[in-house]
Design a binder for this molecule. Structure first.
Ligand SMILES: Cc1cc2nc3c(=O)[nH]c(=O)nc-3n(C[C@H](O)[C@H](O)[C@H](O)COP(=O)(O)OP(=O)(O)OC[C@H]3O[C@@H](n4cnc5c(N)ncnc54)[C@H](O)[C@@H]3O)c2cc1C
Length: 469
């Protein structure tokens, strides 16, 4: 019986373990499977903290239903009945710019009416489908900022693209790689000659598919409905861990992954325990993988350590509803960098999902830090609270003192797919070619969304199945 060890019990490691066990059972193959997780509680960045009637998400607050991976996993593990879609309000998103909140336009007419982008900025955007806009530079890993300036203009970069990049990656568009962060957008430009053209062509295709009664292909953008569970997104990792039972070994921090005799792997933990394996899947963040692989393949460790991470502070404020005059009728807002605020934006969690706050109260979740403000994660609680309050006053006119406060710091929150990330992945693949039986998965490589992590878990499980067959 082959022994497979998975290191790291975030969504990536848990989903890999579950899918692998499922595939092996279906193929009638017996595997000796163990998942070693450093913390006592598996789930990694996923944690839903329930206190005083609030549900505060420590990290992600859900996944988008526009991609199938997480939904399919929920069905497979039998928890799809507990899924909770965000309400229609969540479609309304706002940008804070020029001292006011603007609703993010969803279509042509609302875009024309919106005061978020000036008329010169709108005219520049209107050039996007024309030959006046140069195509992608050949052989260049273009940054998101360069792409946006080239295709959409400077104003669209500042007011649309940069806030989106900080909302998803907590990243700096000047350093992030378009093709690594948003491969679909690069593909649309390549295949359709522009984004507006792609949107028009895809909308046409959808219409035709609908008319022909066919399943409708996925949309161009990151659309979809934010989906979670009534008790918070931790229900997903709890269900995976419960289903895996004894496979999950919490409190096992891996210190070393080394090659033993005859191609086997030896894993040493901080508690002194040692584990042998035929196959090892490392699903920890890249910086942790780098540490455990030092000595095994230093070149691999160096490459892994080069993947930078942005820090983030998540700040939950609970208020009496009556003390907030703002209608909170939406998802929340992101702030443009030019505003010079401390927070990246604020999500109106209790508007998106019912039961996130007790009766008569509301829950707001602000994000602070990211790649552009790395020092913010070191702020004291008092400083964090003061800065968030100042921003909530400026953006939403909230003067009241929050009656509930929770602060979560993530010193290494989100991997940054900076320019050169694609080349680094190629170099990683080459080194892995010399290390048979070692697989890397997780959010450090090909997507940070929960759907991306589950997609990567599917690929890792398939790879193991090929090897054990
Ligand atoms: C604040 C925040 C908000 C986010 N919001 C969203 C969102 O709304 N939607 C969305 O789709 N995505 C969101 N993301 C991204 C998403 O949460 C992550 O990309 C995803 O959860 C990462 O999962 P993972 O399993 O790859 O890594 P992690 O969750 O980091 O898991 C890695 C695991 O490895 C373990 N580990 C580390 N070192 C060792 C070791 N030496 N030995 C054993 N175990 C080890 C860790 O303890 C951890 O459990 C958000 C992320 C953050 C930080």
């Amino acid at each position: 019986m082959k022994k497979v060890i998975i290191i790291g019990g975030g969504i990536s490691g848990l989903a890999t373990a579950w899918l692998l066990r499922d595939r092996a059972r279906a193929a009638g193959i017996e595997l000796d499977l163990a998942l070693l997780e450093k913390e006592e509680l598996p789930g990694g960045k996923i944690r839903s903290i329930r206190e005083e009637g609030y549900i505060c998400e420590w990290g992600p607050n859900g996944f988008l239903d526009s991609k199938p991976q997480t939904l399919d996993l929920c069905t497979a593990i039998g928890v799809s009945g507990k899924l909770h879609r965000s309400n229609d309000n969540a479609r309304k998103r706002f940008i804070f710019s020029g001292g006011e909140l603007h609703r993010l336009p969803e279509g042509g007419p609302s875009f024309l009416k919106s005061r978020l982008i000036s008329w010169p900025g709108k005219l520049r955007l209107a050039l996007e489908p024309t030959p006046l806009v140069p195509g992608p530079p050949k052989g260049v890993d273009e940054s998101l900022a360069d792409f946006a300036r080239r295709r959409l203009g400077r104003e669209a970069l500042d007011k649309l693209i940069a806030p989106m990049v900080s909302g998803i990656f907590a990243g700096d568009p000047e350093t992030m790689s378009l093709v690594s962060c948003f491969p679909r957008i690069a593909e649309l430009e390549r295949d359709y000659g522009g984004l507006i053209r792609a949107m028009i062509m895809l909308a046409r295709k959808k219409k035709q598919e609908r008319a022909a009664g066919k399943a409708v292909s996925s949309a161009a953008g990151p659309g979809g409905v934010l989906t979670s569970f009534r008790e918070g997104i931790q229900s997903l990792t709890d269900a995976l861990a419960a289903s895996l039972g004894e496979v999950v070994k919490p409190g096992k921090e891996v210190a070393k992954v080394a090659r033993g005799a005859g191609g086997a792997w030896k894993i040493g933990c901080e508690d002194g325990s040692e584990h042998d394996a035929d196959l090892v899947i490392v699903a920890s963040p890249a910086y942790a993988a780098a540490e455990m692989l030092t000595g095994c393949d230093d070149g691999l460790s160096i490459l892994l350590r080069q993947i930078p991470y942005a820090s983030m502070t998540v700040v939950c404020f609970g208020y009496e509803r009556e003390r907030i005059s703002h209608p909170l009728d939406g998802f929340g807002y992101l702030i443009t960098k030019k505003e010079g605020r401390s927070t990246l934006g604020t999500l109106w969690d209790s508007s998106m999902f019912e039961q996130r706050a007790p009766e008569g109260k509301v829950l707001l979740r602000s994000m602070m830090g990211g790649a552009c403000f790395p020092e913010y994660v070191k702020f004291s609680d008092d400083e964090v609270v003061a800065r968030v309050r100042k921003d909530l006053k400026a953006t939403m006119g909230i003067d009241a003192e929050p009656s509930f406060i929770r602060i979560f710091r993530h010193p290494q929150a989100i991997p940054q797919y900076v320019v050169g990330h694609g080349k680094r992945l190629q170099a990683l693949e080459e080194r892995l070619g010399g290390l048979p039986g070692l697989i890397l998965t997780g959010n450090s490589y090909r997507g940070i969304g929960l759907n991306d992590c589950v997609a990567a878990a599917q690929r890792a499980a398939d790879q193991v199945m090929e090897l054990v067959r």
